[in-house]
Design a protein around this ligand. Structure first.
Ligand SMILES: Cc1cc2nc3c(=O)[nH]c(=O)nc-3n(C[C@H](O)[C@H](O)[C@H](O)COP(=O)(O)OP(=O)(O)OC[C@H]3O[C@@H](n4cnc5c(N)ncnc54)[C@H](O)[C@@H]3O)c2cc1C
Length: 459
């Protein structure tokens, strides 16, 4: 697996809401709908095997007007039947019972219990770690720049770190998937990046929200976005957003104060007690939308050894296990035409895991610290992360060698102070474990150095 960034999950797969949608937002008969419903179903086993925290908190589609609720109900029950999604209409009174802090902005709701949340970057890291444990070679900082083709086959994938002679190429390049297709002379689609911005609120407000929810009204119904909303993240924060708008740049992840303001203005009035002062950070991501607004999961028509997992916009996270299943069967079929494809009998779907101190009981913490005193030294006070957990992250199967890579795995810097206290300590641990110099450690790869000079007078 080649990845141009300094870690996995640096692009859209870490820049989303982490919501495992139930599937009801997709039109019946679309690949997006089919993949979402199947993907949602597969998450329970997948997360158990990978030890990725996952909860089916449920989702509420809220409406502000009872008459609109009736019309919406007809469309949603049609979709429920055709897509095979379980859901029900609930009254205003029941809604207040389920979500006591909801305001009168909502007149009623439809509830979808299969909806879940997880940390999208923890999932991506877990998948990559598990792949490495099963023999996959992950090459970071490796950018595919061109491909050589001969007689309708890719003969070489050329990168900044050398060429690979592939049996099969799987194009899963997100917002760059059309460019990658173009390198193999197979560009039959175009990606137009659709940006979304989100805000994260302090954990102290986490108790005000239990499920994911969004208010829709007739004017907001569009195929571009599910409209965003409010949700409780798997780590206990409240997440607000995203919005959706087209932008030409594929990797412009800047946030804009007026957009974030609009997101907050739209969704905060849903929950009593949430305010702008609770925001601890914001972020943006770009969806890999095609003009057909559909996933492309297929073997190339013209290039014998190329498979596309392209145009994977929302709900791409929720659909990921189903997309992988589909790609796997196309890959086996394609490779079988040249040689026998034998399953890896040693494949282990379960990932090796390390202690997560904040989740352990007192007795378990005591035992972990006795076995390794580094688990008793707290480095990130906001999130309660120990030195031992950071050392584990640095030495994980896909090693975490930047501050953000450590943050994605074990969360130092995710709390209220946003890394103000722990960043120098984490930098020190990376240096001590790897032999890197502090000037070589970056926040998130090339161009994000934290320290430019050792401060000592130069001769
Ligand atoms: C704001 C927002 C909120 C969202 N919320 C949800 C949600 O709650 N639930 C949901 O189901 N979906 C959601 N989505 C959609 C979801 O995030 C995406 O569908 C999914 O992450 C796409 O994954 P991917 O692997 O296709 O793309 P990516 O995660 O972008 O991965 C593609 C990778 O390819 C690499 N790459 C690209 N070009 C090259 C090259 N030339 N050489 C080497 N490597 C290359 C990139 O660096 C990148 O790491 C959301 C999206 C956004 C933007």
């Amino acid at each position: 697996m080649v990845e141009k960034e300094s870690d996995v999950a640096m692009q859209t797969s870490s820049r989303n809401d982490g919501m495992i949608h139930p599937g009801i937002a997709s039109h019946p008969g679309t690949l997006r709908g089919e993949m979402n419903v199947r993907g949602n179903y597969l998450f329970t086993d997948l997360c158990n095997e990978l030890s990725v925290p996952f909860e089916r908190f449920g989702n509420l589609i809220l409406y502000d007007n009872p008459a609109f609720g009736l019309i919406l109900g007809i469309e949603l029950s049609r979709r429920q039947k055709l897509l095979g999604v379980e859901g029900r209409k609930i009254s205003r009174r029941e809604l207040r019972k389920l979500e006591p802090h909801i305001t009168d902005a909502a007149a009623g709701a439809f509830e979808y219990p299969s909806s879940g949340v997880l940390s999208p970057y923890k999932l991506t890291v877990a998948l990559a770690d598990n792949a490495v444990e099963n023999g996959v070679k992950v090459s970071l900082n490796t950018m595919v720049s061109s491909m050589s083709t001969e007689n309708g086959r890719i003969t070489a994938v050329n990168t900044n770190r050398g060429s690979i002679r592939p049996g099969l190429v799987i194009n899963a390049a997100g917002v760059f998937s059309d460019i990658i297709a173009g390198m193999a002379n197979d560009r039959f689609f175009s990606i137009h990046p659709r940006k979304g911005e989100c805000a994260i609120l302090d954990k102290k407000k986490g108790s005000l929200v239990t499920r994911s929810m969004g208010l829709i009204n007739l004017s907001a119904v569009s195929s571009d976005t599910k409209g965003g909303g409010v949700l409780k993240t798997i780590d206990g924060n409240v997440l607000v957003g995203p919005d959706a708008y087209e932008q030409p740049e594929r990797e412009d992840y800047s946030t804009n104060a007026s957009n974030i303001d609009a997101v907050l203005k739209k969704h905060l009035p849903l929950i009593k007690g949430l305010g702008k002062g609770d925001v601890i950070t914001y972020y943006a991501g770009t969806r890999a939308a095609t003009y057909e607004e559909e996933f492309i999961i297929e073997k190339s028509e013209y290039v014998e050894n190329l498979i596309h997992a392209a145009g994977i916009q929302s709900p791409g996270l929720a659909s990921a296990p189903a997309i992988a299943e589909r790609i796997c069967s196309i890959a086996v079929e394609t490779l079988s035409s040249r040689a026998a494809v034998i399953p890896n009998e040693h494949f282990n779907p379960c990932r090796r895991t390390a202690p997560v101190m904040a989740k352990l009981s007192l007795e378990e913490k005591q035992a972990a610290i006795e076995a390794n005193p580094d688990y008793g030294i707290v480095v990130c006070r906001c999130e309660g992360i120990s030195r031992g957990e950071i050392i584990d992250a640095v030495n994980s199967p896909v090693p975490a060698l930047t501050l953000d890579a450590i943050k994605r795995r074990v969360r130092p810097g995710m709390g209220r102070c946003q890394g103000g206290f722990c960043s120098p300590l984490v930098t020190g641990i990376i240096c001590e474990q790897t032999g890197m110099l502090p000037e070589e450690v970056t926040k998130n790869g090339e161009g994000s150095h934290l320290i430019f000079d050792d401060g000592k007078p130069k001769p």
